[in-house]
Design a protein. Structure first.
Length: 349
């Protein structure tokens, strides 16, 4: 059985991806996750499948990464692992640079060494059949848009936050390993994800939990920052489509065709919860806050046949319902209890 390495599989998108793949494909999946604050193994606790293996480890640790490749004979990588919250990157940029850039380079080195048919030949560009490294990135690497236009795969990179700069840097490292060494890679750049199991510092789950508790809903600036919203399940299908059929070396933008202003999202959540706008409080905007993102997903739809299945109305309604009916999950996150799940399940007695 072929083995897929998923980095950051205990995170929001990674955990949804693992569940989707186990339901639909015959791969062994190794989930390598350092279990930082956003990694939550409780999200995966219902998996009872011998094809699934969890390894606690940091992608910056070469020994651990090399061991995973050698032990499990990894033939494909889906690389989610990253520090990803813009606000945190403003306060702690060094963590974002080491994890997102150096960690990616460690993974690329391991893939090149294990997949190259002549690893001791620096000129060799021959790799085992079917291997692929898929780097999951973000539309934030493109910077910000005006009122018109869309990000395409050829839009110049112009990141405006330490987070997006670290992701742009990792994108370029991935590209360089393809151009220099011939490593089979793809880069995907997605718009804002939403759906179940998202860490509640992100806009949609944050607003749902605060609204439910009757707390104020802080909205940056005037709330007119526009994002293209993509349901996490649509994103997972798109990533696997790229892994299976993407042209080596190519970038694929993944968007949901759902542009919405932040304050509009907040008001829709309040409406779905049967509450009014009185909880909204406008607060000082964060530094370097991009005004608008919007994805042109023509390439992946025309070349690979992927299209988003969720309408935003359907996706948001289901997402709000999920958080409302899973208060224990939210409470564990807010209290920090989720962080003890690994020790409870895996600690040696």
């Amino acid at each position: 059985m072929k083995t897929l390495l998923v980095t950051g599989g205990a995170g929001f998108i990674g955990s949804n991806f693992i569940k989707m793949l186990l339901e639909n494909e015959q791969w062994r999946i190794v989930n390598l996750d350092a279990l930082t604050y956003a990694g939550n193994l409780e999200t995966l606790q219902d998996i009872d499948d011998p094809r699934y293996v969890f390894v606690k480890g940091d992608i910056r640790d070469r020994e651990t990464v090399e061991s995973v490749f050698a032990t499990y004979d990894v033939t494909r990588v889906i690389h989610f692992a990253a520090e990803s919250h813009v606000d945190r990157s403003i306060v702690e940029p060094d963590v974002f640079l080491t994890t997102n850039v150096l960690g990616t380079q460690v993974l690329l080195d391991a893939a090149k060494r294990h997949w190259n048919l002549r690893p001791d030949d620096k000129h060799s560009r021959d790799y085992s059949e079917g291997v692929k490294f898929v780097h999951v990135s973000t539309d934030e690497v493109y910077g910000t848009l005006g009122p018109d236009g869309l990000f395409t795969e050829t839009t110049p990179l112009a990141p405006n936050s330490p987070y997006s700069a670290s992701k742009a840097s990792s994108d370029l490292i991935v590209r360089a390993y393809h151009e220099t060494y011939g490593l089979p890679v793809n880069i995907t750049r997605c718009s804002n994800n939403y759906g179940p199991y998202q860490f509640p510092e992100k806009l949609i789950p944050l607003m749902i939990q605060r609204a439910e508790r009757g707390e104020t809903l802080p909205v940056y600036g005037d709330g007119q920052q526009i994002r293209d919203w993509l349901h996490v399940k649509d994103h997972c299908v798109a990533i696997w489509t790229v892994a299976e059929r993407g042209r080596d070396g190519d970038v694929y933008n993944i968007g949901g065709n759902n542009e919405q202003a932040n304050v509009t999202i907040v008001r829709l959540i309040l409406e779905l919860l049967g509450k009014d706008d009185s909880q909204i409080t406008f607060v000082t905007d964060r530094p370097g806050h991009d005004r608008r993102y919007a994805i042109d997903n023509t390439k992946i739809t025309t070349e690979l046949g992927w299209r988003p299945a969720y309408t935003f109305d359907q996706g948001l309604r289901e997402t709000v319902d999920w958080y409302v009916t899973h208060p224990d999950w939210i409470d564990h996150i807010v209290s920090g209890d989720y962080a003890h799940y690994y020790d409870k399940m895996y600690a040696k007695g």
